[in-house]
Design a protein around this ligand. Sequence first.
Ligand code: BTN
Length: 253
Amino acid sequence: EAKLNTKVLGRKIQIMETTTSTQVDAMTQAESGTEEGALFIAEQQSSGRGRLGRKWFSPAGKGIWMSLVLRPELPIRYMPQLTLLTGVAVCKAIRSVTGAEAAIKWPNDILIHGKKVCGILLESATEDNKVKYCIAGIGIDVNLSAEDYPEELTEIATSLKLETGHTIDRALLIAEILNEMELLYNRYTSEGFTPIQVEWEEHSVSIGQAVRTETLTETIQGVAKRLDPSGGLVIAAPSGEERVVYSGEVEII
Ligand code: BTN
């Protein structure tokens, strides 16, 4: 049974049948002052947004498409830490509700058996080098069947239903995500990034793997070692030289 234990996150929820993107709804409301923790959920999005300018496939009734308003007192440069925190919360919730072996691919894709089951998009508005508000967008393929996927996604995406063999209660999963996220968020506020960093590494598929990433000017290839204190991924080249990646896509090879 769904049990929301939070004080702040998800205490105000707006559920919509259809919207363009819950990111836009949350951002509009955050601009006009809505409180921290306000949650926007849609059954379907007509223009779901992904990272790096991509589209997010958001069919009706089968996923969790939601955006959460956060108002952390944080310098802009710490935003990536919040992104990683969200990934840990969602990964833990998926594991505990479904039993699936979910793991995080840097920075915050959630994979099961190498296929993506969830994407996370953090967008923020800033003022004087500080975060004014931040919108944590979470998209989870919950009850999609194989035939629900367009051709181009079948190889790379999966759903909780496909991985576990049964239908998952979305309300239960949403409640668990919010519970986990509030715990981590409080911990982050009181203890800083270190405990989050440790948990992220424990839940990650990236650490210890051979990875490759392209920057504008070069290709960095090596073994993913750990997170650096600001949330970047440390990659050790065969020469032993360490590089840190702060944005973009890191492919496991
Ligand atoms: C990614 O590219 O992996 C991030 C995908 C984020 C999708 C979610 S669904 C709810 C929220 N609304 C959006 O338009 N995007 C995010």
